[in-house]
Design a binder for this molecule. Structure first.
Ligand code: SAM
Length: 290
């Protein structure tokens, strides 16, 4: 496994970043509540969270969209193809990453799973920028979560399962900064594995939990900071974002019944930080192994 590391100054900043985000997210949430008192009175906290997050993300998401590992784009250019499932695209700031594969004629269509309906107009606008007049056909938005009990009923209702779910539906699944906020992470990883066609790939760039284990380049301090931020309400303010997930582990385990993935490339980015990240891809075997 490859690893990319932080400088000491960057490590300190990384340690404080979730706290800084909380300082920004708190007034955003309070303002959202102030302008949507009905949601508060009806105890619709999930809607308030989602609205507040959309407001925050529409301003900060664009800057963050450029902070991706250099190696991610070549993976998308090379491996993104066929029928694609785009998980949690938000306001669509990462849609530009499909442009090369789209212009090379590798992508047939993209289904975007985005439950944050407040961001859909902006997302459609970004789709038009990338896919032009083909956007309505190329980029279809599914207004649901990607966890099994939301995605499968939604796809079923809209005739997208086509009775061949068991053989896989998608050639590529793309997850960029999305798996941290999806409920039931293990079941969701298992579902993505099932939804991939034989030979299909899941391409990801996600922040994860610090292992706290120095032998794995983790940091006990950053591990504890993650726990403290979570206890202080980071997840609530950041619309469900969990700092402590083992996303690479969940994805690896999803293929266990088939004796693992055919190919795995996982790069650890800043494993000593408070927002460690993993990126790369995993490819499903072309044939089922008995
Ligand atoms: C941090 S944002 C990232 C957005 C986009 N991927 C990017 O990098 O610009 C996380 C996104 O995941 C979405 N999300 C939250 N819960 C989700 C769920 N259950 N299923 C799918 N996406 C979800 C949020 O609405 C949000 O758009």
């Amino acid at each position: 496994m490859d690893t990319e590391h932080l400088t000491p100054a960057a490590w300190l900043f990384n340690l404080l970043t979730p706290g800084i985000l909380m300082v920004v997210l708190t007034p955003t949430f309070l303002l959202t509540t102030l302008f949507n008192p009905r949601l508060l009175l009806n105890f619709q906290f999930d809607k308030l969270q989602s609205k507040s997050f959309a407001l925050w993300w529409s301003t900060i998401g664009s800057c963050l969209s450029n902070d991706v590992p250099q190696g991610l784009q070549p993976i998308l250019d090379e491996h993104c193809r066929g029928k694609v499932l785009d998980i949690g695209p938000g306001s669509g700031f990462q849609l530009k990453r499909f442009k090369t594969a789209f212009e090379a004629g590798k992508i047939d269509e993209i289904y975007a799973v985005e439950p944050g309906t407040e961001m859909h107009d902006q997302l459609k606008g970004e789709a038009i920028k990338v896919f032009g007049g083909k956007a309505p056909r190329m980029y279809q938005i599914l207004s649901c979560g990607a966890q099994p009990d939301a995605l499968i009923p939604y796809m079923d209702k809209h005739g997208l399962l086509q009775n061949n779910e068991a053989e896989g539906l998608f050639d590529t699944i793309v997850c960029i900064r999305a798996l941290c906020g999806i409920p039931d992470p293990r079941e969701t990883a298992n579902l993505f594995y099932r939804l991939l066609k034989p030979g299909g790939k899941i391409i990801f760039f996600e922040h994860v939990g610090n292992s706290g284990d120095r032998r794995r380049s983790g940091s006990r301090i950053a591990y504890l900071f993650q726990k403290v931020y979570m206890m202080l309400g980071y997840q609530f303010l950041a619309s469900g974002c969990d700092l402590t997930r083992d996303t690479a582990g969940n994805l690896r385990t999803a293929a266990a019944a088939d004796h693992g993935w055919d190919k795995v490339r996982v790069v650890d980015r800043n494993p000593e930080g408070c927002i460690p990240e993993v990126w790369g891809y995993m490819q499903k075997k072309s044939k089922r192994v008995a």
